[in-house]
Design a binder for this molecule. Structure first.
Ligand code: ZN
Length: 407
């Protein structure tokens, strides 16, 4: 999972939460987020948006992720406020979307906004129904796209990692909506051996006001919610720059007395619960590798084993075929062309990434399917509607035209 793309809440929370890092990043200059904490406001959003039009000035600059997110939210409010989402949907929304969730949390704030709130989850499903999207299984979605069925749009609901709250919180809502769904599960979550560093990090930051991450050479003073969120984001970004850093965090957790197996037991489904879930008529279980390693960092032999062993384990446990895969992390740094070949060679029928995008019936690569992540750390009702309507894609194209920069 990716803490940067997960979480729960409203745009107000997002603005307060992310305002500490409002700035433009040039080259490798990256000032410490902890030094920049400040409140944000609507005028700041306007200021950030107006900056977007200074295309020539921005040439050669890269926007920090937080600024990009703020700009996107400004766009969602602007475009949604004048009722233009249906227009964008006709042009940019494609034929289908695979929606990605992780934890569905009843109290996002206590979990430092690392999942999707139950309110946003319920809203997502009701929005899809209201706007005429058919919520279908991944198989059916791919079949309809292959058949070139243009009668309606399709949505697939996916959950990564196999959290307990997918059953205790999300399942009753899915049942009420008669919504099929897919849960991608790594073996190590079930065997309680997963290096679930994101859970360890959340526990560490939540329970302490001063923490030291030895491997980063960093100390964080985080006595309140906002500084805890900032510290969480900072360490998360550091890991995503090089997934091999996950191993280095283990020492910090051990020193702090944080037990990975206890956290795994607390948050992830166990084997029996997964067997029960797999028998549910709405559920499908997919693969997520053995150890949740970023496959691109492994040699081909190890990556092959991660793909094959996880599937064998799940098929033996569930006595069902496991045909679909989610690459751990799902970013370009974690999975690329080689991993697509390995997934195909391992006999999977499809593989999803965490790259943002909708599905159209042409140019469909079944081994690099994009998804739309829904997280309360950056999402609100209007941003969900906007991103499902293709506004983020439109903004991406427009930004590239203005600045020539990658968004
Ligand atoms: Zn995952």
């Amino acid at each position: 999972m990716d803490l940067g793309t997960r979480g729960g809440g409203c745009v107000h929370n997002f603005v307060l939460d992310r305002a500490e890092s409002l700035s433009l990043m040039h080259g490798t200059s990256y000032p410490c987020m902890m030094d920049e904490c400040r409140e944000s406001s609507v005028p700041e959003i306007r200021g950030a948006i107006s900056a977007a039009w200074l295309g020539s000035c921005l040439n050669g600059f890269q926007l920090r992720p937080q600024v990009k997110q703020l700009l996107k939210n400004g766009l969602f409010y602007g475009i949604g406020g004048v009722g233009l989402f249906p227009v964008f949907r006709r042009i940019f929304a494609g034929r289908a979307a695979i929606v990605m969730f992780h934890e569905i949390q009843r109290d996002c704030r206590s979990e430092l906004m690392t999942g999707t709130s139950v309110e946003l989850f319920e809203y997502s499903l009701s929005w899809l129904r209201r706007e005429g999207w058919a919520i279908v299984s991944l198989e059916e979605c791919l079949e309809q796209l292959a058949r070139n069925d243009r009668s309606r749009r399709y949505a697939v609901l996916t959950f990564d990692d196999g959290y307990r709250d997918n059953v205790s919180v999300a399942l009753p809502i899915l049942e009420r909506n008669n919504a099929p769904f897919m849960v991608y599960v790594p073996t190590a979550a079930l065997t309680r051996t997963l290096q679930s560093w994101w859970l360890g990090l959340r526990e560490l930051i939540r329970s302490r006001d001063d923490i030291t991450i030895d491997a980063m050479g960093f100390r964080f003073h985080c006595p309140d919610f906002r500084s805890k969120r900032a510290a969480l984001t900072r360490v998360d970004q550091w890991v995503h720059q090089d997934y091999r850093r996950v191993a280095a965090l283990a020492t910090t957790f051990k020193k702090a007395g944080i037990s990975m197996s206890a956290l795994n037991n607390q948050y992830f489904l166990d084997e029996r619960a997964l067997q029960g879930l797999a028998r549910h008529s709405l559920a499908s279980i997919g693969a997520h590798t053995t150890s949740h390693a970023a496959l691109a960092t492994l040699d081909a032999f190890s990556a092959r084993a991660e793909l094959a062993d996880n599937r064998n384990y799940l098929e033996n446990l569930l006595q069902l075929p496991v045909q679909h895969l989610a690459y751990p992390y799902g970013t370009p740094g974690a999975c690329g062309l080689r991993e697509e070949h390995l997934a195909s060679e391992a006999g999977y029928f499809s593989a999803v990434t965490t790259r943002h995008g909708q599905l159209s019936d042409h140019k469909l690569n079944q081994f690099a399917l994009p998804r739309i992540g829904v997280s309360s750390s950056f999402d609100s009702e209007i941003s969900f509607a906007g991103r499902m309507s293709g506004v983020q894609l439109a903004a991406h194209i427009l930004w590239k035209k203005i600045t020539g920069a990658a968004v």
